[in-house]
Design a protein. Structure first.
Length: 103
């Protein structure tokens, strides 16, 4: 007989929630940070976009690691949500949402 207990439905749901948060929240934070880096890096536009895109891979990996390292799923969601909110505010301050900003 095996000494391991079968995972409960609650445990499976908690892991599924972390996986979804890591995928969706990590993608959102990585996309926002990539856009911000493309705007604020003092390189020519093509190089800034490339650098922001490259950095987004590491940012998404860090966000996914954070989601699984956090004590609770709620805490992970709050931290990723606040990070996304701060990045959105920084994008707004950088002028990303101004009319005609794509010039």
């Amino acid at each position: 007989m095996s000494a391991r207990a079968m995972p409960t439905l609650a445990n499976r749901a908690a892991v599924a929630g972390r996986v979804l948060l890591a995928i969706l929240g990590g993608y959102g934070v990585a996309a926002l940070s990539s856009a911000l880096l493309a705007l604020i890096l003092p390189f020519p536009r093509a190089e800034a976009v490339s650098a922001g895109t490259l950095a987004s891979f590491a940012i998404m990996a860090a966000a996914a690691i954070w989601v699984f390292a956090a004590r609770t799923l709620g805490r992970a969601a709050v931290v990723l949500g606040l990070t996304a909110l701060l990045l959105t505010g920084a994008l707004w301050l950088a002028g990303a949402f101004a009319h005609g900003a794509a010039a």
